[in-house]
Design a protein around this ligand. Sequence first.
Ligand SMILES: Nc1nc2c(c(=O)[nH]1)N[C@H]1C(S)=C(S)[C@@H](COP(=O)(O)OP(=O)(O)OC[C@H]3O[C@@H](n4cnc5c(N)ncnc54)[C@H](O)[C@@H]3O)O[C@H]1N2
Ligand code: MOO
Length: 391
Amino acid sequence: MISVSEALDHLFELATPLPTETVPLTQANGRVLAEAVAATRNQPPFSASAMDGYAVAAQGVVAGASYKVIGEAAAGHAFDGSVAAGQAVRIFTGAPVPEGAGHVVIQEDIDRDGDTITITDRLGSGTNIRPAGGDFTVGQTIAAPRLLRPNDVALLAAMNIGNVTVTRRPKVAIMATGDELVMPGENPGPDQIIASNSFGLQAMLRDAGCEARLLPIARDTESSLRTAFSLIDDADLVITIGGASVGDHDLVGKVAADLGMQRSFYKIAMRPGKPLMAGKLANGAMMIGLPGNPVSAMVCGQVFVLPVIRAMLGLGQAAPIEQTATLAHDLAANGPRQHYMRAKVDAGEIRVFGNQDSSLLTVLSTANALLIAPPNAPRMAKGTSVRFLPI
Ligand SMILES: Nc1nc2c(c(=O)[nH]1)N[C@H]1C(S)=C(S)[C@@H](COP(=O)(O)OP(=O)(O)OC[C@H]3O[C@@H](n4cnc5c(N)ncnc54)[C@H](O)[C@@H]3O)O[C@H]1N2
Ligand code: MOO
């Protein structure tokens, strides 16, 4: 059995970054920017008022100073003229500051009588003017690669960038296998259960920016598995679930090999997730064979599949980012496999759940962390700093 980090290295050897495509900005959220973009304008393009008030010359702004109001500037409507000493222009938030003005006195800080305003003794600090280019200037770049989030989309829009070059979404085909499985909503027989982790993985992969589709459930026969493999089309990654262990009905590895899969590795010193396999299918698609136990499949999704997806998206080859927390209780010594223990982190303290059976989705759903107990870790006392993956 290889270690988790050796397995990740092998997976990264198989995962090639995908080509790019251009999408309109409205489709950019959640995509990975593949080429740097540069602002095509300054923002703001003019010095702009940050408040509703009166634009006056920069000098002499003190309580008691009076001005004659000579015009108005609103957002989208500049004042056509300049402001001299003793003059003011009524101005609104977002309006260009007129020539000659260097201060916007907010309207709460003046008394107005007809066309005359007088600054009161409430005068606040600051000029209330946003300088031209104060946010960004022409040519300023957003570097790639970068996972675009809503704040980035707003920035790109402000930069007047209507289309962006992003990495194509990874196409993933998910194949649940097993005679015992039926789809949610169907009527299971007495010896059947509902396919679950395939749906969890699809959700995980869609969250990660993939086009993830479920293949029909394959039965535990070579012909059914072959049929399912024939439906993978142009998937970049095929994920099988179950049938990975050593039982008489665990046929995924055999059928994949018969179909020309070049195996990279099988079995990892990890718990849950031991019987994981990976390789390259005859058509060039990458394959990851996950163990069937629901928690095992989901944990392997976090530890292996998501890093593979990030690599395909051009975000680099990196293991999931770990955090540290303090053990809220003593923890028994670990066995030879790296154990990803379902746990709850709260205010920097981590507590593992009592039952770590890899079939328990209720426990996984309550957990917000996977505590990482390294292979052969000795007993750890309460208060020890430990590593975990947030989930
Ligand atoms: N003699 C041994 N037996 C087992 C070993 C071993 O080393 N020696 N390894 C165990 C470990 S660890 C795991 S993990 C499982 C993995 O088995 P498979 O990948 O072959 O998975 P299945 O046998 O098909 O299923 C296991 C379990 O999970 C349920 N399952 C499967 N697919 C789904 C699905 N899509 N949704 C919900 N539940 C699913 C299935 O009904 C089984 O209960 O092998 C151990 N055995
Ligand atoms: O490795 Mo299995 O995934 O322990 O349950």
